[in-house]
Each structure stands twice: as C-alpha cells, then as structure tokens.
Design a protein around this ligand. Structure first.
Ligand code: ADP
Length: 229
C-alpha cells in the first residue's frame, strides 16, 4: 500500500513542490497520476522510492515509513517497488536476456531461479523471441517492454511507470498501457505517471490529478474534473 498523509516537500532552494498531498493506493490497485510539467509528479515518485524524504507529513510504502526509514533499509524497500524510468536505463552492451537477468543477480538470485524467471517475464511482455538481441536493436516500444520486464523480474508488489508512452506512437502507447493493466490484473499494484490525458481517458481507471503540488481530483472521472478547472 502507498499512503501519503499531508505531505509537504520543499527543496532546499525554497520551492514547495508538494503543498499537502494525501492519497492512498491500496494493494492491487491501478491508478494514473497525471498533471502538467512541474506539478510534482516526479517528487511523488522520488518520495515513494526513498530518494527524497518529506519535509513534513508521512509516506508509507509497502510497510516502510519513508519519513524515518534508515539508509540500510532502502534497498529492501526498493525490492518491493519496480520502477520503469522515462529514459529506460538499459545496458546496451548486454543482451535483452542479460539486462533482465542482471537485475536478479544484483540482489543475489541463484542461476536456477534466473533461468526460470527471466523467460517468464520476457514472455509476459512479448519479448520471448528477442532474448539474444541488444537494446539498440529493439524498437522504442520493445525497449519500453524490456524496461517493464526488468522492473518486474524481482516480483515487486508495486510497479511505477514514469511517462511510459512519452516517445511512442499512439498504437504502441496503447499496447504499453494495456500491458501495464495486464500486469495489474496479475496482482501488482500499478501507478502510471503520464501527461497524456487523451490516452488516460480511454481506459476508465482511477486518475489522481495533481496541479501545483496539490491533488486537485481523484477518482474514476479524475481527469475530466481536472480539465474543467
Ligand atoms: P513534474 O514531475 O510534475 O514535472 P516535479 O516534481 O519535477 O514536477 O517538480 C515540482 C516542482 O518542484 C517544480 O516547481 C520544480 O521546478 C521543483 N523542483 C523539482 N526538483 C527540484 C530540485 N531538485 N530543486 C529545486 N526545485 C525542484
């Protein structure tokens, strides 16, 4: 579960990025987080992953209290949250298979576990026939799928995708959004950060809209309420 209660985040230069955000995402839920550039979306992600601490208020993520988490606990928190970064962060010198396997090796998974799990996640994202390719040989949509496979391989309870369709054409964007919903259907709590309102509208899911550091609407019709303001 992700729970923000009255979260204020000020950066040292004095910008108040979040001005009192409260929200709750239950285990197994799917939500979009939308808002214009500079509204505080990245700040929310960084608070969830423990990259930042709240200035005031509380952030609870999968059993950890982020306002008082110890440094040595952060790797354990991060195993519960798979993040798909905007810029993918793939390793070009490794194959598709190895990019995914590497994420398991760094947390100490055994070879047998890796041999079982990597083909499963590659198949889940539709890359089962591309394991020997390198990221540079993949299309943008395929690279995004690989980034999703890597975020999922250690079986996190939560996945966060940061602008997953930013560089994709409408058909590929639709496929990626559908894939994220499929992953959610398998039980992973899913938060998708985007500013592509047109796409979000088509999926009829929960939309948390933020503007200027505040939640301005939250619900199945969140985006529409947001647009009217
Ligand atoms: P979004 O992801 O929605 O574009 P951000 O969370 O990145 O928004 O930013 C929210 C606000 O905080 C913006 O006004 C931004 O300029 C400011 N901000 C973000 N990061 C920093 C930082 N490291 N130092 C100072 N201000 C920042």
């Amino acid at each position: 579960m992700i729970e923000f209660t009255d979260v204020v985040k000020s950066y040292s230069v004095g910008t108040q990025a979040l001005k009192g955000v409260s929200l709750q995402i239950e285990d197994g839920e799917f939500a979009y987080l939308v808002g214009p550039s500079g509204s505080g979306k990245s700040t929310i992600i960084k608070l969830i992953t423990g990259e930042l601490k709240p200035t005031s208020g509380t952030v609870h993520v999968n059993g950890y209290s982020l306002e008082r988490i110890r440094k040595r606990e952060i790797p354990f928190l991060r195993r519960t949250v798979g993040v798909v970064f905007q810029d993918f962060r793939l390793i070009d010198t490794k194959t598709v298979y190895e990019n995914v396997a590497f994420a398991m090796r760094v947390i100490g998974a055994g070879n047998r576990e890796i041999r079982e799990r990597v083909p499963y996640v590659l198949e889940l994202v539709g890359l089962e026939n591309k394991g020997h390719r390198h990221p540079t040989e993949l299309s943008g949509g395929e690279q995004q799928r690989l980034a999703i496979a890597r975020a999922l391989v250690n079986n996190p309870s939560t996945i966060i995708a940061d602008e997953p369709t930013g560089n994709l054409d409408p058909a590929r964007s639709w496929e990626i959004m559908s894939l994220l919903q499929e992953i959610n259907n398998l039980g992973t709590t899913t938060l998708v950060v985007t500013h592509q309102m047109d796409l979000v509208e088509k999926f009829h899911k929960r939309v948390i809209a933020i503007n200027d550091g505040l939640v301005v609407s939250d619900g199945m019709d969140g985006y529409k309420a947001y647009e009217i303001q």
